[in-house]
Design a protein around this ligand. Structure first.
Ligand code: GLN
Length: 453
């Protein structure tokens, strides 16, 4: 992280790239860039997903309903970046309220993949990924509820990391499905990614689910600056879940590349074990029931009265019409999820769907706990089983999207850390490996990612 004029460079790049790819919803106009606060990120511009609150900077969640919302406070992660001299460079485009996988549900239009503008960059942290991949900034923050950091990282050929649930404070992150939402970094190289992670991570009394169990911040920082320890790969035990690799939608070419990458790791001393885990293919169903339910409850506050834009007034005490009109500001996908979530949580269906999904999540956790019974054991998958989809892809066609979802959502359902590591290109699409570790194995996971780089 050592360009001479990082901020000026980023401005120059943004002027060129933003009109091309639609990366930012809001670019900040930090006037005086000459006086940088001293710190580990001094003068470094950082792109921040637009569902992370920034004091005095519009935060829209890519939704019409928050189009004019300017928070009066910053998220903990933003405060921590600024305390180290980092500059919030702009707020990035995303799927509306982080609901989507292609970046196409944004009320501000889709972000284009900088590697091929016909294709989606992946979502929902689409703008953050392209901000980094296009070389506009070196670092970005995304959020990951069911793969939203890792999919765009995989489709744009960069690193994306979802930490263990609770490792990074969610204070100031506008909730989608709060039992799975997690903030994490995206970067072109692993050392920068670890540096940003070490700065944003750690417990925070304003987020009661945040923790920092016995992992030393200094140690994490040291890892960012130290040389890679390739010997650690000798201890690496990789688990391949057969059912996932044999997914009917999986791209054959990418799967062949996946095996080649694993052979390479094997040559450095890693061991590889193949297992069956049929439950893995039920992951999207479990995830969506929980995510829609939590979304319907989290988004209830945007009614034009408590939060959100007000486009109609209460007439003759008719609150129903008032709410209904204001909530037309939500886009199609958000409305669909609120409706389904409300249905799932309603009397009579709650036990059938919601409670069952919670039980299935617990069961999944137990099964995976049994598999990941050592600190250096990791489930390995391709970052994406399919190549980037066209921007024009009909997102209502879930067949392909479910292939994307299963390997990524696994980590969110069980709270585990997971990283997407770019490993090159296959017929002009980026390829990558995803490693999923047991909870709180983040340090080991990042050490291994560093050794692989
Ligand atoms: N595509 C998934 C969804 O729409 C994941 C989104 C996310 O991680 N925010 O729910």
């Amino acid at each position: 992280l050592d360009p001479e004029k990082p901020f000026e460079d980023a401005v120059e790049q943004a002027i060129k790239n933003d009109p091309k790819y639609n990366i930012f919803i809001t670019l900040t106009s930090n006037e005086d860039k000459s006086i940088f606060k001293k710190g580990k990120l001094s003068g470094i511009p950082i792109a921040v997903k637009d569902n992370i609150s920034t004091k005095g900077i519009r935060t829209t969640c890519a939704s019409k309903i928050l189009e004019d919302y300017v928070p009066g406070y910053s998220a903990t992660v933003v405060e921590r970046i600024e305390a180290e001299g980092g500059i919030i460079f702009g707020k990035t485009n995303m799927d509306e309220f982080a609901m989507g996988a292609l970046g196409t549900t944004s009320a501000f239009g889709p972000t284009l993949n900088n590697l091929n503008i016909e294709l989606s960059p992946g979502g929902s942290s689409s703008g953050s990924a392209v901000a980094v991949s296009s070389g506009t900034v070196k670092l970005a923050l995304g959020s990951d509820t069911g793969g939203s950091i890792r999919l765009p990282a995989a489709w744009t050929g960069i690193y994306g990391f979802k930490p263990t649930y609770g490792f990074v404070s969610r204070y100031g992150l506008i909730s989608y499905a709060d039992s799975m939402d997690q903030i994490g970094p995206l970067a072109t190289n692993i050392s920068d990614l670890i540096l940003l992670f070490s700065i944003i991570s750690g417990s925070d009394e304003r987020d009661p689910t945040s923790q920092f169990p016995g992992i030393n911040k200094e140690k994490m920082l040291k890892l960012a600056y130290s040389e890679a320890d390739v010997d650690i790969l000798k201890k690496l035990k990789l688990i391949v879940i057969k059912n996932l690799i044999e997914h009917p939608q999986a791209d054959e070419g990418l799967i062949n590349e996946f095996w080649k990458d694993l052979k390479m790791l094997e040559s450095y001393g890693a061991s590889i074990e193949l297992i069956d885990e049929p439950l893995i293919l039920k992951i999207p169903q479990i995830y969506y029931i929980i995510a829609f339910s939590e979304a319907s409850s989290n988004l209830a506050r945007f009614d034009g009265l408590r939060y959100g834009k007000r486009i109609s007034n209460v007439e003759k005490n008719d609150y129903d019409s008032f709410y209904m009109e204001n909530r037309t500001l939500f886009g199609w996908e958000v409305k669909r999820r609120i409706l389904l979530g409300t249905f799932i949580l309603s009397k009579g269906y709650y036990e059938t769907y919601y409670v069952k999904a919670l039980k299935a999540r617990t069961y999944l956790r137990k099964r995976i706990d049994r598999i990941l019974n050592e600190e250096t054991k990791f489930i390995v998958t391709p970052g994406s089983l399919i190549r980037p989809l066209p921007l024009k892809y009909d997102a209502r066609d879930l067949s392909k999207l479910n292939a994307v979802d299963a390997p990524l959502m696994l980590a969110n359902l069980i709270g585990s850390p997971a990283i997407v590591i770019p490993t090159g290109f296959s017929q002009s699409s980026p390829k990558s490996l995803q490693l999923i570790g047991r909870v709180w194995s983040d340090y080991t996971l990042l050490s291994i990612a560093k050794a692989i780089e």
